[in-house]
Design a protein around this ligand. Structure first.
Ligand SMILES: *[C@@H]1O[C@H](CO)[C@@H](O)[C@H](O)[C@H]1NC(C)=O
Ligand SMILES: *[C@@H]1O[C@H](CO)[C@@H](O)[C@H](O)[C@H]1NC(C)=O
Ligand SMILES: *[C@@H]1O[C@H](CO)[C@@H](O)[C@H](O)[C@H]1NC(C)=O
Ligand SMILES: *[C@@H]1O[C@H](CO)[C@@H](O)[C@H](O)[C@H]1NC(C)=O
Ligand SMILES: *[C@@H]1O[C@H](CO)[C@@H](O)[C@H](O)[C@H]1NC(C)=O
Length: 680
């Protein structure tokens, strides 16, 4: 029962309060005397606990804040405050229920206890509590995530920003991987020379430990440190040994997980068509970066790949009418074509994607992997503009024969539409953040799909039930397929997995039988992660599928995801966490921000928001508002183009100017980008 006098703090998914979190001047009368981040990774499943101990050093009660950044991909699973020996635990409830129960609080929209999205990969968790004179509080936050393999490695990102130098600061990471760890590297903007002696890495066969214990002195003097202490990321990247091509299967307590990432097969030549939006809104840096990325990507094609290039605005233009082999000569003419890509006109996504599908359909596909990549930065505004009809057209044309990947560039894309369209066609949607490294993001995405090894992958598990996704259209070198499930008969002696796939035109199968009662040397508590991993994957996949489902099926799946979120205390888009605090009478509201909708927009051009590019490890940005070289070049180019556009535009009518997405033929010189930026 909840104490009536106690204050309820709700963390729930309703509002994204975009009040900026400008670094406030830290009061010197709050002492964060200890700050620990403790991360345990067991078979790619990472559980991180952040513990902050704070003392109120003055002779009056005051509000003490706790603010940390966690990876977007993670689910918060526990939040606890300890004040004067009393424990206040967060309880995860259904979002609606929590919302109704605390509607008074919700309607007041108090802003503490927020989770909000910051930059590309992180979310900000913030709360506060009033602490009596000369008293102490301990905050403890736990989050969990399954690390994804990309380009041959896993990445564990830990953000450290305690807001002031801390006497006792520790980051402890322990990685356990049964097949052994093949390499481990510590990067990130905290991995600098001046902090090098604070980082220690210890390796054993199946374990690795990374500790980061900077002294108080180092916390103020390091490169990315200041008056407020540390501020940066530690990025731990590693990969595991793969002695078995059939993958790694672990069975424990009625659950299993199968990691499948074979490398014993040759690459499959690909048929790839790039569909490039060159509508007016791509104006300036975006079109420039797109050209750069395409030129690099073309250079990386293998000679037995076939490729096609389509650019579109209100018209669809193809480089060649069919797919051509990536020979030196063909690449040269393609590059010349790419260099001529210019922004103009509106956005006819429907016609462009259908043209790409047609191109692939006309090309022999035997023994190859076909991929369609759409890059766009806006809504369909020309030709067929009804999104439902576009999706139906594309789905029918592709008929699940190959995947469509959608890259949404910048702030104005309808990411929900792109997500839905790619999921319907066996692909994924990715955001390309409008920033100085957008060309690298584009290349990074291409690199992930550059080397297909298998197509039409089907995984079967005899005696397995409640399985996560088991069929995949493509498997790329450097990635990993993860399937988890329950075992119907927990008393079975052995457990068998089978994978059937197509490799370069021939069928391949992988079998594996593991003893369910394997007398393993792993203590049972280290295998407790398996039900949580299963629940994490199941919930993630259901939430992702929601956009595709309708009616009863959608409701049933949602119910399932809710049930699991409640059981495992995951803060997802379906749940809220309710925390009871002492005294006061105010309530706080927060959210698990969703990836749909708009990307966080930086306040000024050239501003580098805090982010980390997972596809380009080592490329850290942030904390600085100074534009880098790319930005400067862009700004110079931009002002020159603006002046030019202003001249050309003086002949356009008001309508032509204001209708940014539909400039008519006579007034192509009017860049909507220019018009937009002038009017705002
Ligand atoms: C981190 O967690 C492990 C396992 O729960 C524990 O043994 C260790 O003491 C913790 N380290 C710190 C610094 O809290
Ligand atoms: C705290 O403040 C009260 C009055 O506000 C005063 O009587 C008391 O001596 C102070 N105690 C300390 C330890 O400063
Ligand atoms: C897959 O990637 C690994 C490195 O991660 C490389 O050694 C191997 O040659 C690649 N396989 C193919 C078929 O390209
Ligand atoms: C797992 O599957 C069984 C049927 O095979 C079903 O009865 C059970 O509810 C499922 N459990 C969960 C947690 O989904
Ligand atoms: C692969 O297997 C499928 C069905 O199992 C079969 O229809 C197809 O002919 C096989 N392909 C080859 C190349 O053996």
């Amino acid at each position: 029962m909840m104490d009536r006098a106690a204050l309820r703090l709700i963390l729930l998914g309703v509002f994204l309060i975009s009040a900026s979190s400008q670094p406030v001047k830290r009061k010197q009368n709050v002492d964060i005397y200890s700050f620990y981040i403790n991360s345990t990774v067991t078979s790619r499943y990472a559980t991180t606990v952040i513990t902050s101990r704070v003392a109120n050093t003055v002779n009056e009660s005051q509000e003490i804040q706790f603010e940390v950044k966690i990876p977007k991909n993670a689910f918060i699973s526990k939040f606890r405050m300890t004040i004067e020996g009393k424990i206040y635990d967060g309880v995860v409830k259904e979002k609606q229920e929590a919302q109704q129960q605390y509607s008074r609080a919700v309607s007041r929209g108090e802003s503490a206890g927020l989770i909000k999205s910051v930059g590309r990969t992180l979310e900000d968790f913030k709360t506060s509590v009033t602490v009596a004179a000369l008293s102490k509080v301990t905050f403890e936050l736990t989050y969990e995530e399954l690390l994804k393999r990309r380009l041959g490695k896993y990445e564990l990102l830990i953000n450290a920003q305690p807001m002031q130098p801390v006497a006792d600061f520790k980051i402890d990471v322990h990685i356990q991987e049964k097949p052994g760890i093949s390499f481990l590297e510590v990067k990130g903007d905290l991995s600098t020379d001046d902090l090098a002696n604070a980082i220690k890495t210890t390796r054993a066969d199946k374990d690795a430990w990374v500790t980061f214990y900077p002294t108080r002195d180092q916390q103020t003097k390091c490169k990315s440190c200041g008056e407020n202490g540390l501020n940066g990321d530690l990025l731990i990247t590693y990969d595991v040994e793969r002695p078995n091509h059939q993958g790694e299967v672990m069975v424990s307590n009625g659950y299993f997980v199968h990691y499948f990432a074979p490398s014993d097969v040759p690459r499959i030549p690909k048929n790839v068509v790039f569909i490039i939006d060159q509508s007016g809104s791509m104006y300036g840096r975006k079109i420039h970066q797109t050209r750069l990325a395409l030129l690099k990507i073309l250079s990386d094609l293998d000679e037995d790949d076939h490729f096609g290039l389509i650019t579109f605005d209100s018209e669809v233009k193809t480089w060649k009418n069919e797919l051509l082999k990536a020979t030196k000569d063909n690449l040269e003419t393609a590059k010349a074509f790419v260099k001529e890509i210019r922004d103009r006109g509106a956005t006819d996504i429907n016609a462009a994607v259908l043209a790409g599908v047609d191109m692939i359909n006309r090309h022999p596909r035997e023994g190859t992997a076909s991929i369609l990549i759409l890059l766009t930065d806006g809504d369909p505004t020309s030709g067929e503009t009804n999104k439902e009809r576009i999706m139906a057209n594309v789905k029918e044309a592709i008929g699940l024969k190959f995947p469509l990947y959608c890259l949404g560039f910048g702030y104005d894309v309808n990411f929900d539409f792109l997500t839905k369209m790619s999921l319907e066609n066996g692909g994924v949607a990715r955001r390309i953040y409008e920033d100085s490294d957008a060309d690298l993001q584009l290349q990074g995405f291409y690199d992930e799909v550059a080397v297909p090894l298998l197509t039409d992958i089907q995984l079967t598990y005899t005696g397995g039930t409640n399985l996560t996704k088991t069929s995949f259209s493509l498997y790329f070198n450097g990635s990993e397929i993860v399937v988890s499930g329950q075992i119907t008969d927990n008393s079975v002696e052995s457990f068998t997995t089978e994978v059937i796939a197509v490799s370069k035109g021939s069928n391949v199968t992988y079998h594996e039988t593991v003893m369910a009662k394997d007398p393993s040397d792993v203590p049972p508590e280290d295998e407790d992660f398996m039900p949580r991993l299963w629940a994490y994957l199941t919930v993630k996949q259901i939430l992702e599928r929601q956009v595709l489902l309708k009616g009863q099926e959608k409701e049933d799946e949602k119910k399932e995801a809710l049930k699991l979120s409640l059981k495992y205390q995951f803060v997802t888009s379906l749940t809220s966490m309710v925390v009871t605090k002492p005294q006061e009478d105010e309530v706080e509201v927060a959210d698990k921000p969703e990836e749909g909708g708009e990307a966080p927009r930086p306040p000024v051009p050239g501003y580098s928001q805090h982010h980390f590019s997972p596809s380009q490890p080592g490329l850290a940005y942030g904390h600085s508002s100074e534009p880098d070289l790319h930005d400067l070049r862009f700004m110079i180019e931009w002002s020159a183009r603006s002046a030019h556009a202003a001249q050309t535009c003086s002949t356009c009518s008001r309508d032509q100017l204001s209708n940014a997405h539909n400039p008519t033929g006579e007034c192509r010189g009017c860049s909507p980008y220019y018009v937009n930026s002038k009017s705002s």
